[in-house]
Design a protein around this ligand. Structure first.
Ligand code: SF4
Length: 461
């Protein structure tokens, strides 16, 4: 489970009837990407209607409130860190803006803009992005300018008087997907929001592409030069919902493959004596199923997931994250008494939560717990909008203060070290090579900075 995340979800739609119900439903299907704030903006009759809330979409937007929205086009946002969309008046008229991602050079941009006389409410990334767009005469030029000014990741939606603009940074860090149905054109951070609204998943917005969405459909207004792709590999391992498809690759398939890869390694190393394979729900499920497919160990749930708990990484403080992690899972004692369990999870950050899980299973009667982790050891913080975890929070950094895990022998020593710390009978991670192989994406199209420390942006400078 992750440390603090800054991930968000965006949604936009243009259709032939009022759209607010679709935005509401779309955001509900993106809720796993951020549960602290949500917001909807629509445009109708020449004006923009905007409401944001603290909390989740389903708990905060009342029917009567939804009825106040007018218009057949709009955008929405779910987030951990700030209220979006934000509404602005500019030379282009009234607009609303929302984005998913993170600006690395926000401090420098803020200073530069303040020195020019610009004022900010809070200096949030969304303010910087909006003001950079509004500095230009047109929205397309404004969005294009972001690629020159911003170091970081952004998937963006802009609601204007004539339609919705959608854009992805030139590396394509965060996902952004187009969907189309009868009289309906939409864009979403994940395809699940598209398919569950009942329209077709059309295609991913390309890195550097600016798409205009109107009642006539989609139009690529500009394609900025993309130096390279850098899709966040974490999306497939953890962040995205299992029913989504991102940049041509099903999340479920990727997670199954990551679990299969762990089982294949166990088999190559002589096999494992165990009675069952189980996930840490929810994100460990796909990995555990993949492990089960190859190992043929019975798949059995040993934790019951509390459906009313939020994702632990989308909590603001470490205390909240630990509290949520405890609230999230309860042990299914019947399933595990005297059993040797292979326990699959997506990643280990500090190790606190996985050690609690191991202890809970052993206290409930499990004979052995062998931990299998889909991601390689996390060695670096993310700069691009998934997490603000620090070096000090990363368990693997306690083993290797500098440098990377580059050989299987090194990985095995680390695994023994982690195993002792978390009280497991054994630990295995996927190596970085096995991880990339399982995702079935070209290595050069992925951001792997969490593991190799190479920032896709710095690499190009
Ligand atoms: S650093 Fe890690 S979490 Fe951040 S974008 Fe890259 S792969 Fe994703």
């Amino acid at each position: 489970m992750k440390s603090r995340g800054e991930n968000c979800g965006v949604f936009g739609i243009v259709k032939d009837t009022d759209c607010v119900e679709d935005i509401y439903r779309g955001l509900d299907f993106l809720q796993h990407r951020g549960q602290q704030f949500c917001g909807i903006a629509t445009c109708g009759g020449g004006r923009i209607y905007l409401i944001t809330h603290y909390g989740q979409v389903g708990n905060t937007f009342a029917s009567r409130e939804l009825e106040t929205f007018k218009g057949n086009m709009g955008i929405g946002h779910v987030s951990l860190k700030e209220r979006q969309p934000m509404m602005w008046q500019g030379a282009v008229g009234e607009i609303a803006v929302a984005f998913s991602g993170n600006i690395i050079n926000s401090e420098a941009l803020l200073t530069e803009m303040k020195d020019r006389g610009e004022a900010f409410y809070h200096g949030l990334d969304i303010e910087i992005i909006s003001k950079l767009i509004l500095q230009e005469k047109g929205i397309i030029t404004g969005i294009s300018m972001l690629a020159e000014k911003i170091k970081g990741a952004y998937s963006l939606v802009v609601l204007a008087q004539d339609g919705v603009y959608a854009a992805r940074d030139v590396y394509g860090f965060r996902p952004l997907i187009l969907g189309e149905g009868p009289g309906t054109y939409l864009v979403s951070s994940e395809s699940r929001a598209i398919q569950n609204i009942g329209v077709y998943h059309l295609r991913d917005v390309r890195p550097g592409e600016i798409v205009f969405i109107s009642e006539k459909g989609f139009e690529t207004k500009r394609q900025l030069k993309s130096p390279r792709r850098a899709h966040c590999a974490f999306e497939w391992a953890y962040t995205a919902s299992t029913d989504s498809k991102i940049d041509g690759r099903y999340v479920q398939e990727a997670r199954n493959n990551l679990g299969k890869s762990l089982a294949e390694r166990d088999r190559e190393e002589g096999g494992i004596q165990a009675d069952l394979v189980a996930p840490v729900p929810l994100s460990g499920i796909g990995h555990a199923l993949g492990y089960h497919m190859v190992s043929e160990l019975p798949y059995q749930e040993v934790f019951l997931y509390n459906r009313y708990a939020d994702r632990s990484y989308t909590q603001l403080t470490q205390e909240d994250r630990d509290r949520m992690a405890k609230k999230k899972l309860s042990v299914l004692r019947y399933a595990l008494r005297d059993k040797r369990i292979v326990l699959c999870d997506d990643s280990i950050v500090r190790g606190t939560q996985i050690s609690e899980k191991v202890r809970d299973l052993k206290n409930a009667g499990a004979k052995e717990v062998h931990v299998r982790i889909a991601c390689p050891p996390l060695m670096y913080p993310c700069d691009f909008g998934i997490s603000t975890r620090t070096y000090g929070e990363l368990l693997a950094r306690g083993f290797l203060a500098n440098g990377n895990i580059t050989t299987l022998d090194q990985l095995k020593v680390l695994e023994r070290w982690v195993s002792e710390r978390i009280g497991a009978d054994s630990v295995r991670y996927n190596s970085l090579e096995a991880f990339v192989e399982a995702l079935k994406m070209p290595k050069e199209s992925l951001c792997l900075k969490c593991w190799d420390g190479k920032s896709p942006i710095e690499l190009l400078e």
